[in-house]
Design a protein around this ligand. Structure first.
Ligand SMILES: *[C@@H]1O[C@H](CO)[C@@H](O)[C@H](O)[C@H]1NC(C)=O
Ligand SMILES: *[C@@H]1O[C@H](CO)[C@@H](O)[C@H](O)[C@H]1NC(C)=O
Ligand SMILES: *[C@@H]1O[C@H](CO)[C@@H](O)[C@H](O)[C@H]1NC(C)=O
Ligand SMILES: *[C@@H]1O[C@H](CO)[C@@H](O)[C@H](O)[C@H]1NC(C)=O
Length: 234
């Protein structure tokens, strides 16, 4: 199915998502959008500013960052749409990861959104980066699929609800199963999106963008991190 124009991308954000999971791919997509009509929505439960890598709500820090050396070290990003009023018929649902994925209650609305959209108005692609795969697994949409996730968090992701239905692949920079593209941790998302741009728009376009952003890309199978974390595929 050809992609519609403008290509509608909806990225789900939540407190303590990881910056590069979202902004690495967005850097490549921002360059892609200079040559192709595209619309981007940053979607969260409310339009309140979202803290990156720390869960800060009403000035109070929660979650894993609370006991860190720098509980308030963060940047904020503004959502452009809520889960309730997000644009319909998205071509892509993009789910970054980060320590905020471990907060089940705060991310349940995002999990429900993924399940609802995939059932009722399936996007042409679902992308997850890093532990964004945990939210997709909880929604049930990865059941029976091959997928990967952050290697430091691999064994945790395998424990979330629905994860036992997923065929997790340890050694992969990213994994493609039909329209489901899932990447390993953090920087791997940018390699995956460059791979997706090549798949969809051709090698010349992915190279134009990769060179434009001076990115040393790794291949899909180039994953030294699985071994560092002692992960092997059975
Ligand atoms: C794309 O975004 C523009 C500007 O917000 C909006 O007017 C237009 O309706 C959007 N198109 C689609 C297909 O979402
Ligand atoms: C932070 O540390 C305190 C004291 O050790 C502990 O009670 C609390 O559970 C910790 N919070 C988190 C989110 O790890
Ligand atoms: C899933 O991964 C296995 C290898 O673990 C491979 O044999 C199979 O072809 C993959 N399936 C898809 C749909 O890519
Ligand atoms: C890709 O770039 C090469 C070198 O500039 C050019 O020869 C070729 O025609 C291009 N391919 C496409 C599909 O645009």
């Amino acid at each position: 199915m050809p992609l519609t124009a403008p290509l509608r991308i909806g990225a789900l954000i939540f407190p303590a998502f990881t910056a590069l999971d979202l902004f690495g791919p967005l850097q490549a997509l921002n360059l892609l959008s200079l040559a192709h009509p595209m619309n981007l929505s940053l979607i969260s439960t409310t339009l309140d500013p979202i803290s990156i890598d720390r869960t800060i709500l009403d000035g109070v820090v929660h979650g894993m960052g609370a006991n860190s050396s720098s509980p308030f070290f963060t940047e904020y990003i503004l959502p452009t749409a809520t889960l309730e009023d997000a644009p319909h018929d998205l071509d892509v649902i993009f789910v970054p990861g980060g320590s905020g994925t471990r907060n089940q209650a705060a991310t349940q609305p995002h999990v429900d959104f993924i399940r609802d959209r995939v059932q009722n108005e399936p996007p042409k692609y679902l992308w997850t980066v890093c532990t964004g795969a945990a939210l997709a697994a909880r929604s049930g949409v990865l059941a029976g699929k091959n997928a990967t996730t952050n290697k430091a968090a691999f064994n945790w992701v395998k424990t979330v609800e629905g994860a036992d239905e997923v065929h997790w692949i340890a050694k992969a920079r990213w994994v493609v199963d039909g329209n489901y593209w899932t990447s390993s941790g953090v920087s791997a998302g940018t390699d995956m999106i460059l791979g997706w741009i090549e798949h969809e728009y051709g090698r010349n376009e992915s190279e134009r963008i990769r060179i434009g952003m001076e990115w040393n890309a790794l291949d899909q199978t180039d994953d030294p991190f699985a071994e560092i974390y002692g992960l092997v595929d059975s």
